[in-house]
Design a binder for this molecule. Structure first.
Ligand SMILES: C[S@@+](CC[C@H](N)C(=O)[O-])C[C@H]1O[C@@H](n2cnc3c(N)ncnc32)[C@H](O)[C@@H]1O
Length: 430
């Protein structure tokens, strides 16, 4: 059995659906929830709280990413132009495709829609909206679906033009906590810097737009800034266990100098998250009360943010644009920049979704980092190009290693991959 074939591990016993459910789907819709008191319920269950909509049988641990990719594949099978072990490429309108996807099935959405503001005729959709509001209404439909398909501990990046970023922030804030407006600035050499060098500076009526924006967000809960699904889960689990913030902080030894309940209260407020070690201690302490069911692994509850001083840790990212080459997508983003985004916000093996594939850079970056990927593109020629690039990349890539298992994975034989891709091409009509 290889790393991609690790069986899902059962976590916790299967509970009946509580009569007053601690239901993540309610959290995701921004409704307020209430928790059961210990007297009325059995144990507090992560499954009931987070994963009600995922099926009655079992909770999967991090290795369920493999299962999730299978579920994603089944949902959009007729639209696939490529299906290999770690990647799916679908051709079609991504809004329609998204609606077919199961909830909470991807860990990262990293996507680069038509900007609308740039009005590039060679990008499908960039000139499609007569008014800004029409574009925003279209984006709002995506936002609701993105929120639905994202895991509770997932992350979301959306590229946009600086002129639209404020309005998109307001719109996304209905479903997400928008955490950063990343400024992507391009230190391009003269001659490769768009109109910057060539244009008459005296003709400017605003600052020359030398950057693009990337909005970064996490799923929100209860419509509150920084109230993440994990923050609510922890509060409910702790209250259910009958522990005060102070008591739980003491049990895990995370005392601050001034306020002894500070660590837990920060986590419950969504201001930051526990380290793996702190989470393990908290998990043990909560379960030791006998009032909380076995809790899931770190990778299923904590939103990853892997950062250190050696990396670009600020919200100003400096990456040169992709130099022109034969076959370049007109809006192609640098793979190195996408890797920077993916590496910080996912665990190895996680599933990265891009609904506006273009030339497939997101998928290529994900595969380089040993993540799984699902990519969608409406233009048939670009969908075929992505499939070809992804297939080539996965040929040269080393086997994907799971987050928790260090076993080696075998790729399916090359001949089978080619065959399945050809069959898929024949079966798609548009
Ligand atoms: C800005 S480009 C993405 C470029 C990509 N990030 C890259 O690095 O190559 C947007 C892409 O979205 C595609 N697109 C536009 N509307 C779409 C839709 N409704 N569904 C799927 N793809 C769409 C366009 O054809 C275009 O290739």
């Amino acid at each position: 059995m290889n790393a991609l074939q690790v069986s899902p591990v059962r976590v916790g016993r299967v509970l009946e659906r509580p009569k007053t459910p601690l239901d993540l789907t309610m959290l995701l819709r921004g409704r307020s929830t209430h928790f059961e008191t210990p007297a009325r319920s059995k144990c507090f269950s992560f499954r009931a709280h987070f994963l009600d909509s995922r099926g009655p049988e079992e909770i999967h641990t991090v290795n369920s990413r493999e299962q999730d990719l299978k579920r994603l594949k089944a949902a959009i099978e007729p639209d696939l132009v490529l299906s290999i072990a770690n990647a799916l490429v679908a051709r079609g309108d991504s809004l329609l495709l998204l609606r077919k996807l199961p909830p909470h099935s991807v860990s990262l959405i990293l996507t680069d829609p038509p900007y609308h503001a740039t009005k590039k005729r060679n990008i499908y959709g960039d000139t499609a909206f007569a008014e800004d509001q029409h574009y925003l209404e279209w984006m709002a439909q995506f936002a609701a679906e993105w929120r639905r398909v994202l895991r509770p501990n997932g992350s979301f990046f959306c590229f946009c033009d600086s002129s639209m970023s404020g309005r998109l922030d307001v719109l996304f804030s209905k479903n997400f906590n928008v955490l950063s407006h990343i400024v992507w600035t391009k230190p391009n050499d003269p001659g490769f810097d768009g109109w910057k060098g060539k244009m008459k500076k005296e003709a400017l009526r605003q600052w020359y737009p030398h950057s693009e924006r990337i909005l970064f967000a996490e799923p929100a809960a209860e419509g509150n800034l920084f109230r993440s699904p994990f923050a609510l889960f922890l509060r409910n689990a702790r209250q259910h266990a009958g522990l005060s913030m102070h008591q739980l902080t003491a049990k895990i030894g995370a005392h601050g100098k001034v306020n002894h309940g500070g660590a837990v209260s920060n986590w419950e407020d969504g201001r930051n998250t526990p380290s793996r070690d702190q989470y393990e201690k908290m998990r043990k302490a909560l379960m030791a009360t006998g009032k909380v069911d076995p809790m899931p692994p770190y990778e299923d509850v904590i939103r990853p943010f892997v950062m250190d001083a050696s990396k670009e840790f600020t919200d100003v990212w400096t990456f040169p644009s992709v130099r022109p080459y034969k076959g370049k997508h007109p809006a192609e983003k640098p793979v190195a920049m996408l890797q920077h985004a993916i590496e910080a916000t996912t665990f190895p093996g996680d599933i990265v979704l891009d609904c506006f594939g273009g030339g497939g850079s997101t998928a290529l970056a994900a595969l380089k980092l040993k993540r799984r990927t699902v990519v969608m593109e409406i233009e048939p020629t670009w969908a075929a190009e992505i499939a070809s690039r992804v297939e080539d990349a996965s040929e040269t890539d080393a086997p994907l290693v799971s987050t928790t298992q260090n076993t080696s994975a075998q790729k399916p034989p090359r001949t089978n991959q080619r065959k399945s891709r050809q069959l898929a091409f024949f079966s798609v009509g548009r």
